[in-house]
Design a protein around this ligand. Structure first.
Ligand SMILES: Cc1cc2nc3c(=O)[nH]c(=O)nc-3n(C[C@H](O)[C@H](O)[C@H](O)COP(=O)(O)OP(=O)(O)OC[C@H]3O[C@@H](n4cnc5c(N)ncnc54)[C@H](O)[C@@H]3O)c2cc1C
Length: 419
């Protein structure tokens, strides 16, 4: 992990703007949009007006080039007020990254400036009913027909679906290829045959739509295939997830901080046994643990965002560690926050229950935390090669177990590195 985390003046400015919008447009309406399961367009407009959608877009495509660390800070501030709105914002980066990492110059110029201006929202369509953790098992098919690709099939769990204008859709373009099977293709809202079918009824993050997207012989020009040639989709998906995971981790940090802040305020107000409950040592322990974990997650996320930004060879490991640790922390902190509120924490009348409901999905999407641990462990196994000098310090009679490690390495190459 890099130790030189540098917050540029622009990064600080964007985070401050995000905090202001969160306080004014997001937190006061979080409960309303959660109950209605409706998108907070007012807040999205404020985010666009403040130039926050520019954060993750490079300057040459109309963005501010503020980068991944700034994206993490902005997402954290928005998620502190409402985790659902945090992801409603951050998923635009997730959907844009395939174009950024794999798109041609013309494609970047075509789609990204309108995203930066906040005129167009983006969605990321990878998962399907039968392809979740194993993203290599996609079935949505794109077939060449003259100057077009014709897409058919269904995507599951498209966040921002219906609200978004641009969809990065991962399709099978060569079913017979092992390594070049998948390509990413941009489908724009309104294209005939493209529709949003089932709007999911979720436990948490209810203000952001998550839908099934259906493709019924959707014809798109060949120029919509991301990149110069087909077959790069799986690589682009994995690169995208590496870039995006510090963002979902930042959403978790914001969610944890938001829950901690509420619990802290409540513990100082609520009296039992004649004193504020914050005077009781076991409540203090809960609050202290929540604060330690949240700060540990925060700095891991910042370090990962800075490391991923710098193009570190450890990118996948850092992104996975930040995602896994921060999202586990968010769930633990939200659970303890409910505990601090006692019976009131269990009531939907107060926002703390929503923090608890919102936290769970963080451990599931953008790759479950089991998958993140697999990614981390695979890196660790590879790193053994650099630790040869420690061989002398392990019991020599266990040398045989090294064959075991080799066997594990072989097994892992057959498992997918899914989303
Ligand atoms: C609210 C929501 C929003 C989402 N938004 C998007 C989106 O915008 N775009 C998109 O493409 N996808 C999205 N997803 C999909 C999300 O990324 C997947 O749900 C996730 O990757 C898990 O896939 P799955 O649900 O099919 O679970 P499965 O892959 O079926 O996993 C089920 C369980 O098995 C475990 N498991 C699976 N394989 C292994 C293994 N090899 N080793 C150990 N454990 C394993 C998992 O960790 C999990 O606990 C969203 C999902 C939800 C619920």
């Amino acid at each position: 992990m890099p130790h030189d985390i540098h917050f540029s003046p622009l990064c600080n400015e964007l985070a401050a703007k995000a905090r202001e919008i969160a306080d004014k447009h997001v937190r006061p309406l979080a409960s309303k949009y959660d109950k209605l399961q409706e998108y907070n367009f007012d807040a999205a407009r404020a985010v666009a007006a403040a130039g926050l959608f520019k954060t993750f877009i490079p300057k040459e495509y109309g963005g501010s080039g503020a980068g991944l660390l700034a994206l993490a800070r902005v997402t954290e501030e928005l998620a502190k007020a409402d985790s659902g709105f945090g992801v409603a914002f951050a998923v635009n980066a997730l959907g844009s990254f395939p174009i950024l990492v794999g798109g041609t110059e013309a494609q970047k110029q075509r789609w990204l400036p309108s995203v930066a201006r906040g005129e167009k929202m983006v969605a990321f369509c990878l998962s399907e009913k039968f392809a979740g953790s194993d993203a290599s098992g996609l079935a949505v098919r794109a077939v060449e027909d003259g100057d077009h690709w014709v897409i058919s099939g269904e995507k599951k769990w498209t966040t921002n679906g219906g609200v978004a204008d641009i969809y990065s859709v991962f399709c099978v373009t060569d079913p017979n290829s092992k390594s070049r099977r998948i390509s990413a293709i941009v489908v724009e809202k309104g294209t005939p045959g493209f529709s949003v079918k089932k709007v999911e009824n979720k436990m948490g993050i209810r203000c952001v739509p998550v839908v099934e997207t259906h493709f019924d012989n959707v014809r798109v020009p060949k120029a919509n295939l991301i990149g110069e040639r087909p077959g790069m989709g799986f690589k682009h998906a994995m690169q995208t997830l590496d870039l995006a995971r510090p963002g979902v981790a930042a959403q978790a940090v914001g969610a944890a901080q938001g829950a901690l802040d509420l619990a802290n305020v409540y513990a100082n107000r609520r009296q039992q046994f004649g004193v504020p409950i914050s005077n009781h040592q076991m409540v203090q322990k809960m609050l202290a643990d929540m604060a330690m974990k949240t700060d540990a997650a925060r700095w891991l996320v910042y370090a990962a965002a800075a490391g991923v930004e710098s193009g570190s060879p450890m990118t996948s490991k850092m992104a996975a560690m930040a995602k896994c640790f921060a999202t586990d922390v968010a769930m633990e902190v939200a659970t303890d926050a409910v505990q601090v509120f006692g019976g009131y924490g269990f009531m939907e009348d107060y926002p703390i229950a929503k923090y608890f409901r919102d936290a769970k999905i963080l451990q599931i999407y953008e790759g479950t935390n089991q998958i993140q641990r697999m990614v981390i462990a695979r890196h660790l196994i590879k790193e053994v090669a650099d630790l040869e000098h420690l061989q002398a310090y392990i019991p020599q009679e266990t040398q045989q177990t090294y064959t075991g490690a080799a066997a594990i390495t072989q097994t892992r190459s057959t498992a997918s590195t899914a989303s």
